[in-house]
Design a protein around this ligand. Structure first.
Ligand SMILES: Nc1ncnc2c1ncn2[C@@H]1O[C@H](COP(=O)(O)OP(=O)(O)O)[C@@H](O)[C@H]1O
Ligand SMILES: [Mg+2]
Length: 241
């Protein structure tokens, strides 16, 4: 569960990128964070994960404050950032062993999980290559495998399907569903309406830093028919890919 309470982020002196948002992502649901480019999605995810400071407000992950209890809060989640260009000089397998060491995963368990995940994402043959020689999609997959390796309760993913080939995209979506079905939390951002529509139990729409809708896709459809601004935003979100 993720609880976002009255959270704002100001960049520089007075640019408000996220403006007093409130959200509760419950256990067992896939929650989509939808909004056009520049709306404040990545900024919000970076605050949840403690990568950037919260200007005001509070965020709790499984009851642990990312502000005042950040080490404990960070143990609860796995994060896939939007830019997969990390630790490029490592080989895939070195990266995964590094993650496994940080999280104290035993040798037997890490070997089994790496084998399973690499198979599912068709990365087995690439494990011995350096990440800098991977394509964007392969780097993305390596990050996803790294996150799933330590089996976090809460998954936080920033535009996770962008740049993935159709099969990997299908696999990841399937795994997101499995994870939610087992009673855990999946929170991901997207600027593509169709992705949210197919996958999410609930969505929130953020625009210019403000949350303008929270609910199910069904509710959104009813709502947008009567609200002009939502309808045009809808078009913008459908337009992209
Ligand atoms: N480090 C930063 N410094 C200043 N402005 C930023 C920074 N990061 C993002 N922004 C601005 O904040 C707004 C929200 O950005 P972002 O959260 O990346 O949006 P999204 O992920 O929804 O596309 C944008 O106007 C962006 O230019
Ligand atoms: Mg973003």
């Amino acid at each position: 569960m993720i609880k976002i309470e009255n959270v704002s982020k100001t960049y520089g002196k007075d640019f408000v990128a996220v403006d007093h948002i409130n959200l509760e992502i419950k256990d067992g649901e896939i929650f989509g964070f939808l909004g056009p480019n520049g709306a404040g999605k990545t900024t919000t995810l970076k605050m949840i994960t403690g990568i950037t400071n919260i200007t005001s407000g509070e965020i709790f992950i499984n009851g642990k404050s990312i502000k005042t209890d950040d080490i404990a809060a960070k143990r609860e989640f796995g994060f896939v950032p939007d830019n997969p260009d990390v630790l490029l000089r490592l080989k895939g397998i070195e990266y995964l062993n590094f993650i496994a060491s940080i999280y104290g995963i035993t040798k037997e368990l890490r070997e089994k999980r790496i084998k399973d995940l690499a198979t599912r994402f068709e990365m087995t043959d690439a494990l011995g290559d350096k990440i800098q020689n991977y394509s964007h999609g392969m780097r993305q997959k390596m990050l996803v495998i790294g996150v799933l390796l330590h089996d976090p309760a809460v998954w936080i993913l920033d535009e996770p399907l962008t740049g993935l080939d159709p099969k990997s995209s299908f696999t990841l979506k399937e795994m997101m569903r499995e994870h939610a079905r087992s009673g855990k939390t999946v929170f991901f951002s997207t600027h593509v309406l169709e992705v949210a529509e197919k996958l999410c139990d609930r969505i929130a729409i953020i625009d210019k830093g403000k949350i303008i809708f929270v609910g199910t896709m069904e509710e959104l459809k009813k709502h947008s028919a009567s609200v002009q601004s939502l309808e045009s935003l809808f078009l913008e979100l459908t337009d992209h890919e």
